[in-house]
Design a protein around this ligand. Structure first.
Ligand code: FE2
Length: 167
């Protein structure tokens, strides 16, 4: 049974990486087709509950600045801005020059990249995703992402009704 409700609009605490959200959204807003998405995201960003990854995987492939250099938030889903027991939709933000470590999870995952950034799948070579690029992670594939000199911002959907703690 579906349930959804909008969480409190009280302003949430942010994480250190959130200082890069404005510049990431400004860059996105200059891209064809992303202006409205960036504007809409800006309107809700202050109400999101940002959290650090709670994934259990080894952090040895993370950059040393990973813990303070990233922030995640759930928009739709368990614990999200809009509580829902349907597929979770969230966002990940990396500060410049941060590597989110390799990890895997059983739910398949789709990213919509709304910045520049690099991704890696299955231990392969890093590849660049451009603004508005989509990326699919099949179930249990090992994957990672990293930012360059500018922040990386990506929306994601997990094919699971469970929480997003393994991101
Ligand atoms: Fe993932």
């Amino acid at each position: 049974m579906q349930s959804s409700r909008i969480q409190s609009s009280a302003r949430r605490e942010t994480l250190p990486a959130c200082v890069y959200l404005g510049s990431a959204l400004a860059a996105a807003s200059r891209q064809p087709g992303l202006w409205e998405l960036a504007k809409s995201f800006q309107a809700i960003a202050g109400n999101l509950e940002w959290y650090r990854s709670r994934m259990q995987s080894d952090l040895k492939t993370a950059s040393a600045n990973f813990m303070d250099g990233h922030a995640n938030a759930v928009i739709f889903g368990i614990g999200g801005l809009v509580h829902s027991d349907q597929l979770p939709l969230g966002v990940s933000l990396l500060a410049p020059n941060v590597c989110h470590p390799e990890h895997n999870h059983s739910p398949e995952e789709v990213y919509l990249v709304i910045s520049e950034g690099e991704f890696r799948q299955g231990g392969g070579k890093w590849f660049t995703a451009r603004f508005c690029g989509a990326l699919y992670n099949e179930p249990n594939i090992v994957h990672a992402m990293r930012s360059g000199p500018r922040p990386l911002l990506a929306l994601w959907v997990l094919a699971s009704k469970a929480g997003a703690e393994n991101l």
